[in-house]
Design a protein around this ligand. Structure first.
Ligand code: VG1
Ligand code: CO
Length: 542
C-alpha cells in the first residue's frame, strides 16, 4: 500500500562533486534519506513504468537506504528495480547495468574513498540513462527541491531479500536482484585480450590487487583470479566490509601505504594495484615504480590501441583541469582532440556521449573510457595488464620510455584536510583578488604567464560552470592550482595541485617533491596557506 508521508526540508542537501555526502548520523535523521530520494524523483520526468538501478559500495547503512529507495521507487511509479545482490554494485558496474538494460537511471549509494561506519560517511548519487552522474542542471534541480519538499511517497511492505537473486514484486513494481559481477566481467572480456593477460600471468608475472575491504573485492576475485588465473591470494582484502576494516578505502600513497612499501621492496611482484570504496579509482604501481594518475592517463592513452576494445584508436582525450598536462602531449602527437573539464566525472558525460573523447582521467586516481560513464578502477588495471602483456616490458620501462619521448610532468597534490571552512573560503577569496596582479610577476626563476579562476564552457550543451579552481600558470609549463574539495563531510579541504614540465631526459629521475620544491614553497607564499589554515604541512600528499 502506498502512503504519502509529510516531511519538512533540510537545508544542507546540496550535492557536491559526486552526489550528497554526509556523516551517517546526519543521514539517520528522520526522513533525511527519504527527502533526498523524493527530491531526485521530483526532479525527473517520464519514468513511470521504467527501470531504476540501485546499488552501493556495501558501506554501513547501505542496506537500510536500499530498502527505502526500493519502496519509494515503487510508490513513485517505477516499473522495475534492478538491485545488486547484497546491495552491492560498484560505481562502474552500476553505470554499465544502467546502459546495458536501458534503465531510466540509477541510484548509487556511496561516499567513495571516504571512511565508512556508524559515525563515518554515507552518500547518495543519481545517475541518468547514459549511465553517468547527473549533470549540474539536474543536481541543481534536486537541491532546489530539497528546500521545499513537504511529502514523500513510500509503499508499506516487507523488506526485499537482497541476498537471493531473482524476481519479486512490491507495490506493483518488479524487483530483480542481480549478480553484481557477471555483466561487468563480461564487458571487460570484450574490451581486453584476456588470453594474452592470462598467458602473461601464467608465465610468472606477479600481480597483487588490494580491494581495501571495499566493493571491488568480488569483481577482482572473479576477474583477476578466476578468469585471468592469478594465484589465489593475489587479491587482498577482498571481503567488502561495512567499515572497510576501519581504513580509508582511498588508493593513494597514504592509505595504501602497505601496498606501496611492498611494491618498492626487493621481492616486489611485477604489478600492484588498488581501488577505492566504490571501485571507480585506481592506484597503479609497478615493481619499484609508482605511476602518478596523471601519467597513467597519458600512458594508457598512448598505448590503448594495443587492447582489442581500442584497436581503432581514440577519438579524443579529456582530463579534469587540475590533472597534469601529460595527456595533452599524447593527444597532440596522435592528432586528436583534447578537452579540459572541471573536476568531477559528470563533466565528461557529454564528451563521451558525443564521441568526442574516448578516454578520460582525473589526477585523483580516476581513469575511464566510453565503455561506461563513470571512472573505472578495474578497467584501468586491466588496460595496464593488457598493455604490459603486449609490450612485454615492465611498468618502469614503459614509464621511462614515455617520459623520454614526451617529457615528464612532475606532479603532486597537497591536501589540507578538515581546515576551518571560513579560513579556507577567505584564502580562496584573497587569491581571487590577487589574480589580476599576477601575470608578468616573477618569483625567482618562475614568471607568471597567466592566472585565472577556471570556467568551463561545455562544447556540447553550452552550459557554463564558473569558479572551478584558481590556476596560476608559469612560463615553461609549470602550474599551481588551488581548489576546495566538494566531497568532504567536515570542515573544508584545500587541494593544491603542483606541476612542473621537464623535457630533459637526464633530469627524469628526481624525487617528485624535490623536483617541485620551489613551486611548493611558492604555493604557500602566494596563498598564505600556513598562516590562513594554521597548518605547517599538508595532511595528505599524493
Ligand atoms: C574528488 C576528486 C575528484 C573526483 C571526486 C569523486 O573530488 O578530486 O577528482 O571526481 O572526488 O571521486 P573533490 O571535490 O573532493 O576534489 V569519488 O572516487 O570520491 O566518487
Ligand atoms: Co570513488
Amino acid at each position: 500500500m502506498t502512503k504519502t508521508v509529510s516531511t519538512t526540508p533540510y537545508g544542507d542537501q546540496k550535492p557536491g562533486t559526486s552526489g550528497l555526502r554526509k556523516k551517517v548520523p546526519v543521514f539517520q535523521q528522520k526522513n533525511y534519506a527519504e527527502n533526498f530520494i523524493q527530491s531526485i524523483f521530483d526532479s525527473l520526468e517520464g519514468f513511470a513504468g521504467k527501470t531504476l538501478v540501485i546499488g552501493g559500495d556495501g558501506r554501513f547503512y547501505n542496506r537500510d537506504v536500499i530498502q527505502i529507495a526500493i519502496k519509494m521507487a515503487a510508490a513513485n511509479g517505477f516499473g522495475q528495480v534492478l538491485v545488486g545482490r547484497g546491495g552491492i554494485l560498484s560505481t562502474p558496474a552500476a553505470s554499465n547495468i544502467i546502459r546495458k538494460y536501458k534503465a531510466f537511471g540509477g541510484i548509487i549509494l556511496s561516499a567513495s574513498h571516504n571512511p565508512g561506519g556508524p559515525t563515518e560517511d554515507f552518500g547518495i548519487k543519481y545517475n541518468t540513462g547514459n549511465g553517468g552522474p547527473a549533470p549540474e542542471k539536474i543536481t541543481d534541480a534536486i537541491f532546489a527541491r530539497t528546500k521545499t519538499i513537504d511529502a514523500y511517497k513510500i509503499v508499506e511492505a516487507d523488506d526485499i531479500n537482497l541476498d537471493m537473486e531473482g524476481e519479486s514484486e512490491i507495490g506493483g513494481m518488479t524487483v530483480t536482484v542481480i549478480d553484481p559481477v557477471a555483466d561487468y566481467a563480461e564487458l571487460m572480456e570484450k574490451l581486453f585480450d584476456f588470453p594474452a593477460i592470462r598467458a602473461l600471468i601464467s608465465n610468472g608475472f606477479g600481480v597483487v590487487f588490494d580491494a581495501m575491504s571495499a566493493v571491488t573485492g568480488p569483481y577482482a576475485k572473479e576477474i583477476i583470479e578466476n578468469r585471468l588465473g592469478a594465484p589465489k591470494g593475489s587479491v587482498l582484502n577482498f571481503m567488502p566490509l561495512p567499515d572497510f576494516g576501519g581504513h580509508h578505502p582511498d588508493p593513494n600513497l597514504v592509505h595504501a601505504r602497505a601496498l606501496y612499501e611492498e611494491m618498492m621492496s626487493e621481492n616486489a611482484p611485477d604489478f600492484g594495484a588498488a581501488s577505492d570504496g566504490d571501485g571507480d579509482r585506481n592506484l597503479i604501481i609497478g615493481k619499484g615504480m609508482f605511476v602518478t594518475p596523471s601519467d597513467s592517463l597519458a600512458m594508457l592513452a598512448a598505448n590503448a590501441h594495443l587492447a582489442p576494445g581500442y584497436a581503432r584508436g581514440l577519438a579524443g582525450i579529456a582530463r579534469s583541469m587540475p590533472t597534469s598536462g601529460a595527456a595533452d602531449r599524447v593527444a597532440e602527437k596522435l592528432g586528436i582532440g583534447m578537452y579540459e573539464t572541471p573536476t568531477g566525472w559528470k563533466f565528461f558525460g557529454n564528451l563521451l556521449d558525443e564521441g568526442m573523447a574516448t578516454i578520460c582521467g582525473e589526477e585523483s586516481a580516476g581513469t575511464g573510457s566510453n565503455h561506461v560513464r563513470e571512472k573505472d578502477g578495474l578497467w584501468a588495471v586491466l588496460l595496464w595488464l593488457n598493455i604490459l602483456a603486449v609490450r612485454g616490458e615492465s611498468v618502469a620501462e614503459i614509464s621511462r620510455q614515455h617520459w623520454a619521448s614526451y617529457g615528464r610532468n612532475y606532479y603532486s597534490r597537497h591536501d589540507y584536510e578538515e581546515v576551518d571552512a571560513d579560513a579556507a573560503n577567505a584564502l580562496v577569496a584573497a587569491l581571487r583578488e590577487k589574480l589580476p596582479s599576477l601575470p608578468g610577476t616573477s618569483f625567482g626563476a618562475l614568471k607568471v604567464e597567466a592566472a585565472d579562476d577556471f570556467a568551463y564552457h561545455d562544447p556540447v550543451d553550452h552550459s557554463v560552470s564558473d569558479h572551478q579552481g584558481i590556476r596560476i600558470l608559469f612560463e615553461g609549463g609549470s602550474r599551481i592550482v588551488y581548489r576546495l574539495s566538494g566531497t568532504g563531510t567536515s570542515g573544508a579541504t584545500l587541494r593544491v595541485y603542483i606541476e612542473r614540465y621537464e623535457p630533459d631526459a637526464s633530469r627524469h629521475d628526481i624525487e617528485t617533491q624535490e623536483a617541485l620544491a620551489d613551486l611548493i614553497t611558492l604555493a604557500d607564499e602566494i596563498a598564505d596557506i600556513r598562516t590562513r589554515t594554521g597548518r605547517d604541512a599538508p595532511s595528505v600528499i599524493t
